[in-house]
Design a protein around this ligand. Structure first.
Ligand code: CTP
Ligand SMILES: C[C@](O)(CO)[C@H](O)COP(=O)(O)O
Length: 256
């Protein structure tokens, strides 16, 4: 078992953060330094076209337009030659940092750029362009119930199977209380930075912010989020995201 920060210490720290939650700044962090290898495209997937702009453009529009988010820090690759051409690149609320080897390293780089000690970090994948403002609202509102932090998540609907080495079913995984972790994930920034740094140093496989917090003894809240907040990972995800956004635009036009 990896060494953990005492859960009482972790919970005590997070309770302190609740007392000034209302006045504390909320800073969005967008890890956008990946290469999208599973997409198999000729450019990083966050720059692939999705309707009238690229995937990252949709993601940034949602975050930059949300009134409760004070600023947005985007982690981009040192090799990135696309970001500067985005219309959002010059937004006054936006800043960039250089991402790292893994997603967690990119998130850490952005956390290091946060100066406010009482800030909340709202971490959202560049590759999730279908995020809804109301889901951000729900996550921010959950701080009353979950002062330790929380994540958007979606309950598993399908029967879950674990594959065996020969491509057959090894076993059925109980789906009771099983959720898909989505993003954004919301935590006190200084605590997330501390525990993410410690977890990585301990060799923990950190694929989302919550797993670092869990390792440290924090039990983040689960906030039901929209099932269409998908992560564009494979080519068919891009087609699905386009359908989701087109349906949303049509519904918006119908309501006018
Ligand atoms: N070193 C990395 C790796 C990933 N990401 C970002 O983390 C998000 C989620 O990661 P994922 O979907 O895995 O993106 P990629 O790593 O680009 O995809 P792949 O694993 O297929 O290469 C993406 O917005 C990606 O840009 C990042 O900022 N820095
Ligand atoms: C953070 C995340 O989107 C939650 O589901 C997921 O862990 C990212 O995984 P990836 O392999 O870096 O895309």
């Amino acid at each position: 078992m990896m060494s953990k920060v005492s859960s009482s210490n972790a919970q005590m720290n997070s309770t302190n953060s609740l007392s000034n939650a209302d006045s504390a700044p909320v800073i969005a962090i967008v890890p956008a330094a990946g290469i999208g290898s599973r997409m198999g495209a000729t450019l990083p997937k966050q720059y692939l076209p999705l309707g009238e702009q690229c995937i990252l453009g949709h993601t940034l529009d949602c975050l930059l337009s949300h009134p409760a988010l004070d600023s947005v820090i985007v982690a981009i690759s040192a090799d990135d030659t696309w970001f500067a051409d985005l219309p959002q690149a010059r937004h006054p609320k936006l800043a960039t940092v250089l991402g790292g080897k893994e997603r967690a390293d990119s998130v850490l780089a952005a956390l290091s750029a946060i100066k406010e000690t009482n800030a909340w970090a709202l971490v959202h994948d560049a590759a999730r362009p279908c995020l809804r403002a109301e889901d951000i609202d729900a996550l921010l509102a959950s701080r009353g119930q979950f002062p330790q932090g929380a994540i958007l998540a979606s309950p598993v609907r399908d029967t879950m199977k674990r594959a065996g080495a020969d491509g057959t079913i090894a076993n059925t995984v109980c789906r009771e209380a099983l959720w898909h972790a989505l993003t954004p994930q919301l935590f006190p920034a200084s605590q997330l930075q501390q525990y993410l740094t410690s977890a990585l140093a301990a060799g923990v496989a950190v694929t989302d912010e919550a797993s670092a917090m869990e390792w440290a003894g924090v039990a983040p809240g689960l906030v039901p989020g929209s099932a269409d907040n998908i992560k564009v990972t494979h080519p068919d995800d891009l087609r699905l995201a386009a359908l989701f956004l087109a349906a949303r635009r049509a519904a918006c036009e119908d309501s006018r």
